[in-house]
Write a protein of this length. Structure first.
Length: 91
């Protein structure tokens, strides 16, 4: 949970969940618009995950570099709660 960036990230499981749901949701759309296939779907999902990661890095994690470990734990736990609530709303 203490990754390369030096932040305690308790939300790592939620990020895996978002990636899986993203691949599941984008699969039919990629099949319809881009011709589908595993490699094309994988490429689209990797780009979408990178965009989401960049947004979360800019919005939340860049703020945590200068903070202590308790604030990092609280922020990432809050992200867990937000991701789980979004999952329950959308699925």
């Amino acid at each position: 949970i203490f990754g390369i960036m030096g932040i305690i990230n308790l939300a790592h499981g939620s990020f895996y969940m978002i990636g899986a749901y993203m691949a599941f949701a984008l699969g039919p759309a990629v099949d319809r618009w881009l011709g589908g296939g595993f490699v094309v779907t994988l490429a689209v999902c990797v780009l979408a995950a990178a965009a989401l990661g960049y947004l979360l890095e800019a919005a939340f994690f860049s703020y945590l570099y200068r903070r202590n470990h308790l604030q990092q734990v609280l922020m990432t736990y809050g992200l867990i709660l937000v991701f789980e609530e979004l999952r329950s709303i959308l699925v």
